[in-house]
Design a protein around this ligand. Structure first.
Ligand code: SIN
Length: 485
């Protein structure tokens, strides 16, 4: 951390109502590449979480009453400060999360883009006028901010997942409380520091960091003053949180797990498909919800694709994310490596072959070898579970119908990808895939202008894009009568 240009960005306690709240109990944040302790962070508990919700509630009246222009000016200052401090924020992110510095810098820019976007989208919250049922009546529809938004965010994108939610919430006129993952609280706290420097009023953006996931989660999902709850994380945890939200009938949006198929048809540009699969699979060491999870290749081109793909994967440089020239950093924890290794071993026992990697990497307990498996079938554990690691199972298929059936044979429906040069197939396959996002001849689909979100057990709601504000607004219908006179 001594390499930060602005050491005041390293904060180690919760940010509530514009102030820093610490107490004696702390937990360690460690660098996943080395195990070195990066910071000791003060634990928040139920009381601090309640305080954060109460301060968000108090701040809501004034924040929602501001004009969209006034809010946009403050959001834009926050955006500018994030970009001015991009190098420091990327270093903090790499030290706590592990991804290479260049990728971390990309995440900071990606996160900031949502603040820029929703500063403007807030000015375009349009309503409707609708002809009334009789001549003396008019129907008017207005949209209003929902109120206090609570969020729980994951460790794989410690900055961007907060920015994507908070920017939409604040742009809509809501106030916000987030509990970031305990593995990666420092990026969230640095964002809080910059929100304060930007002049965002106390109580509008709050960050509570603490190990009591269950207690803090209950406050965020059950507090009567929270109007909306948003979560990015696993489907299993998402289901529990949705159930908790039921007691106060909160509006929820959920960005949950994925099992993305990456289909390569025999008319595809194979080099482009290899490049797309590499980017989609190995970004963030395979730890993203939209990562390719299964590569489905038409059988007559399978050996050609596999040979080129294995060569490309073998060329990736793995190491400590702060070192120069690193493509892939560590995984988040030794447990995450064990989980991936179990999926690999179970699939090998069921008949798969590791043509590259297939076990732990000797760089350290949080590193797993870049792995490619062949002879995989769609019923194997590696194909049915979200891998969340640097492993590519390759499955072959005969024809389009079989590819679509295999792709859809999952409880998940977040992202899917396919490569073809046949325009008819582009439309047929795109329409039949049961996923919220489809990359066609493209392996990287996330950007601020596009609606991010899933179907089936991958969640509900959309983030980013012109649709992203809807999750933070209520529609109110006004019936104006007595107009005949
Ligand atoms: C995620 O993995 O949850 C988000 C990835 C992205 O925004 O691309």
């Amino acid at each position: 951390m001594n390499k930060l240009q602005d050491s005041a960005l390293l904060k180690t306690s919760s940010f509530i109502n514009g102030g820093w709240h610490s107490n004696e109990s702390t937990f360690n944040v460690s660098n996943p590449a080395t195990g070195a302790i990066v910071a000791r962070v003060s634990n928040a508990y139920i009381t601090e979480t309640q305080l954060a919700v109460e301060s968000a509630k108090s701040a809501f009246a004034a924040w929602s009453a501001k004009s969209a222009n006034e809010r946009a000016t403050l959001l834009r200052k926050w955006f500018d400060l994030i970009l001015e401090n991009q190098d420091d924020l990327a270093r903090i992110l790499t030290l706590e999360q592990g991804k290479p510095l260049a990728e971390a810098k990309g995440e900071i820019g990606y996160g900031a883009s949502f603040i820029d976007w929703f500063a403007d989208e807030g000015k375009r919250i349009f309503g409707d006028t609708i002809p009334g049922p009789s001549s003396d009546k008019r129907i008017v529809v207005i949209k209003q901010p929902i109120g206090v938004v609570a969020a729980i965010t994951p460790w794989n994108f410690p900055a961007a997942m907060i920015a994507r939610k908070a920017a939409a919430a604040l742009g809509a006129g809501c106030t916000f409380v987030v509990r970031p993952a305990t593995q990666t609280p420092l990026s969230a706290l640095a964002m809080a520091e910059l929100s304060q420097r930007a002049g965002i009023p106390p109580g509008v953006f709050n960050v509570v960091v603490g190990e009591d996931a269950r207690g803090m989660g209950k406050v965020l999902t059950q507090h009567p003053d929270v109007a909306k709850f948003t979560f990015t994380g696993s489907t299993a945890v998402g289901k529990t949180l949705i159930a908790q939200c039921a007691s106060t009938v909160k509006k929820v949006s959920m960005e949950l797990g994925g099992n993305a198929p990456f289909i390569v048809f025999d008319d595809a540009d194979i080099d482009a498909a290899v490049k797309g699969a590499l980017a989609s699979k190995y970004r963030n060491a395979g730890q993203t919800c939209v990562c390719t999870n299964r590569i489905l290749v038409q059988e007559n081109i399978a050996s050609q694709f596999t040979q080129k793909f294995v060569e490309a994967v073998a060329n990736l440089t793995v190491g400590n994310g702060t070192d120069d020239g690193i493509d892939i950093g560590p995984m988040i924890s030794a447990q995450a490596c064990h989980d991936v290794n179990k999926l690999v071993n179970d699939s090998i026992a069921a008949g798969a072959t590791a043509v590259l990697g297939g076990t732990y990497d000797d760089r350290g307990e949080n590193f797993y070898q870049m792995t490619v498996l062949t002879n995989v079938t769609n019923d194997m554990p590696i194909a049915q579970n979200e891998i969340f690691g640097p492993v590519s199972p390759i499955i072959t298929f005969k024809d389009e119908a079989e590819a679509i059936a295999m792709a859809n044979d999952t409880i998940y429906g977040l992202a899917a990808y396919f490569y073809t040069r046949d325009i008819g197939r582009v439309w047929r396959v795109a329409e039949k895939l049961e996923f919220g996002m489809v990359g066609i001849n493209e392996g990287i689909i996330s950007n601020v202008a596009a609606p991010f979100g899933g179907v089936k057990q991958s969640g509900s709601g959309r983030e980013g894009s012109k649709y992203g504000l809807d999750d933070y607004m209520e529609i109110k219908y006004l019936c104006i009568g007595g107009l005949d006179n």
